[in-house]
Design a protein around this ligand. Structure first.
Ligand code: N01
Length: 490
């Protein structure tokens, strides 16, 4: 790939990752006449997280008409909450319709990227060779490095074992004794699918999650026809869904507040109705504040746990043995297969690629006191490097696609400034420091740090470096229009 800004104004951009972020960014660049673009993807297809997470029951917990790109509408989503195959195929279609396929190099992993100050460009080292680019946009995401638990004896297990994000479809679990470790967003989707298929299913719960009803259902054909014939009706539905999800964030959901009390009362009511057995209900009642960990939506998790062929184990795991899992009290659950629904290594994953900025400074050094970036997108010392879904831009209450589109707009403004003939754009250090201070001080009172739980949102110092502490609207106000005065242009 040729590098830099040519005399004719071309601007070589390397986009990393062909998931929602990378695809959205590539389309926006092409629409704005920015390029040439090269998109590299470590996997062999489009879809990112929606290509990798193929565990039974994998689905989105945000309604499909909202969990899709604003400029790539789909009138005929099959259900309120689409399942993984439909989302993956949607993203493939979008890439195809926008002519992105020829730009994508699949099975290509970015290993290291080094800023060449003398030529104002990035040297990106991939496993397939070097790519030179004026700018890099990372759309690699934070949730793609599976985290396997540090339980003694894990490697001794004799049966099949795998992580939810690396499902082994060659293993037939029908009639087998299966264990699932973890009760987060992935687990509550996979457990109802395995219950009934497995001979016996044991769910190992360390911390019960707050769960609300999902009310998932197919979308009737006449509604799909209406959305296709009258696009305004689909748009209205999208807005209705956005505001419904946004409302809690606007009224204080991100802090411990009266909203928290009311939400807990509603979730307890749901639990009482769904689980009549008091002892089981007791085990499933969270002991931390609502929203501290991601709130989960499910219609079939509680019913699955009440099946006679399903056991909810809430004791502490002592070790994994060749034939199963041994608890601290000596109980042994013999198992043929073990599923790790144990989440992702967010920080380790983000730093698995070495990014070397100005004066040889590594991103891992810049983040030694925690992940941080201006608007979650740009980092001082790393010119022309942009991160999508970077530090403090995750959300649990609304569609992450809205955040992605805001970031694409911000990055586009920066790229347009480069296209006008500048060599480099870099956030000013004091601007970044003020932004990070504001986020950190807001986080101190947030439900995630003050809600009495630990989660993947928090770093080793107990700080939330992953989520945005406010509404999507607030992020839109903060980040959508990049102010070039926040940046140093050369
Ligand atoms: O992972 P998690 P996930 N011993 O980290 C348990 C997104 N997502 O894959 O709570 C025993 O939430 C751990 O227990 P505890 C979404 O953003 C979205 O489920 O730490 N247990 C927990 O129960 C989500 O937040 C969708 O005590 C151990 C579980 O493993 C993110 O992905 C669907 C353990 C990990 O839960 C991650 O969700 C799925 C140990 N040593 C996922 N270590 C959508 O629908 C960990 N656990 C959009």
């Amino acid at each position: 790939m040729s590098a830099g800004t040519d005399r004719d104004g071309a601007l070589a951009v390397l986009i990393v990752g062909a998931g929602f972020s990378g695809i959205a960014m590539a389309i926006r660049c092409r629409q704005a006449g920015i390029g040439p673009i090269t998109l590299i993807e470590k996997g062999s297809g489009i879809g990112g997280t929606w290509r990798e997470n193929t565990y039974p029951g994998a689905a989105c917990d945000v309604p499909s008409h909202l969990y899709s790109l604003s400029f790539a509408p789909k009138a005929d989503w099959s259900r309120l909450y689409a399942k993984q195959p439909e989302i993956e195929s949607y993203l493939r279609d979008v890439a195809d319709q926008h002519g992105l396929m020829p730009l994508i190099r699949f099975d290509t992993t970015l290993r290291r990227a080094v800023w060449d100050e003398s030529r104002s460009l990035w040297r990106a080292e991939t496993d397939k060779g070097e790519i030179l680019a004026r700018a890099i946009v990372s759309g690699a995401g934070g949730l793609h490095h599976p985290s396997l638990p540090n339980i003694p004896g894990r490697e001794n297990f004799a049966g099949a074992s795998f992580h939810t994000a690396a499902w082994d479809h060659s293993v037939d679990l029908t009639g087998r004794k299966v264990g699932v470790i973890g009760t987060g967003a992935s687990a509550i989707q996979v457990v109802p699918e395995l219950a009934g298929q497995a001979g016996h299913l044991t769910v190992f719960q360390r911390t019960p999650p707050w769960i609300m009803p999902k009310n998932d259902r197919p979308i009737p054909q006449e509604r799909k026809d209406r959305y296709a014939r009258f696009p305004i009706t689909r748009l209205l539905e999208r807005w209705r869904l956005f505001w419904r999800l946004e409302f809690p964030a606007l009224v204080g959901f991100t802090r411990v507040s009266k909203v928290t009390d009311q939400a807990e009362a509603m979730a307890r009511h749901h639990l009482r109705k769904a689980v009549p057995d008091k002892a089981l209900r007791e085990k499933l009642t969270p002991r931390y504040r609502f929203g501290c960990k991601r709130v989960l939506l499910s219609d079939d998790y509680y019913p699955a746990l009440q099946r006679p062929d399903v056991t909810l184990e809430t004791g502490s795991i002592a070790r994994i043995r060749a034939d199963g899992v041994e608890m601290m009290d000596g109980t042994v659950h013999t198992l043929d297969a073990l599923v790790f629904a144990t989440g992702f290594d967010v920080l380790g994953g983000s730093l698995s690629t070495e990014i070397v900025g100005r004066e040889g400074r590594r991103l891992s050094e810049a983040w030694s006191d925690g992940m941080q970036a201006f608007q979650g997108i740009t980092v001082a010392g790393f010119p022309n490097y942009f991160i999508m879904l970077g530090p403090n831009t995750g959300i649990g209450h609304n569609s992450i696609i809205a955040m992605i589109e805001i970031q694409a707009a911000h990055i586009l403004t920066c790229l347009k400034a480069l296209k006008k003939g500048r060599d480099a754009i870099e956030v000013r250090e004091p601007v970044q420091a003020r932004f990070v201070d504001r986020i950190r001080s807001r986080m101190k009172q947030s439900i995630w740090q003050a809600g009495g739980c630990t989660s993947w949102y928090l770093d080793a110092k107990g700080r939330n470096t992953t989520l945005w502490p406010d509404s999507v609207l607030a992020y839109r106000r903060s980040a959508r229009k990049a102010r070039l005065s926040d940046y140093r242009l050369r």
